[in-house]
Design a protein. Structure first.
Length: 152
């Protein structure tokens, strides 16, 4: 089921995309609507699952994570996928895990302190998971941009 949003919903979401910590009263003032309407609309968007959460975005480099790697995982057999993903979730440096089509069954995003740390994550953790047949890693030099899906 596709959600239908009106102009006010889209404007509220636009403001929250810019700054999820922006006070509702400020959004109401800028949109020239009541504060209670902003609260009601956001509550509706949360209950419908459109807004999952307002999260804090950490700067990985400032926290010492200098190596970013997209890693494709090949499985021995497709039946291992669920178990492998459950085990990958336990590795805290893996911040994203996707079940994909193509040469890899799973694609993950890893943040490591440096290349040696990445190697330990891969060889001492990921490769030891039952069902993992192999990995290929793609080091990310920099992120050009990152954004949410468009509001159309």
């Amino acid at each position: 089921m596709e959600n239908q949003f009106d102009y006010v919903d889209k404007q509220i979401l636009s403001h929250l995309r810019e700054d999820a910590r922006k006070p509702y009263s400020q959004i109401a003032e800028q949109l020239k609507i009541s504060n209670s309407l902003v609260h009601q609309r956001i509550k509706k968007l949360v209950s419908e699952g459109v807004v999952k959460n307002a999260s804090l975005v950490l700067d990985e480099k400032m926290l010492g994570y200098r190596t970013k790697s997209y890693t494709g995982i090949r499985l021995r057999e497709a039946r291992f996928a669920k178990n492998v993903m459950e085990e990958l979730y336990k590795i805290h440096e893996i911040v994203e895990c996707n079940f994909v089509s193509g040469s890899y069954a799973i694609f993950i995003l890893i943040f490591a302190k440096d290349n040696e740390h990445l190697q330990r994550i891969l060889y001492d953790k990921v490769h030891l998971i039952n069902g993992v047949a192999g990995t290929d890693s793609f080091i990310c030099f920099d992120t050009g941009f990152q954004r949410n899906v468009p509001l159309e």
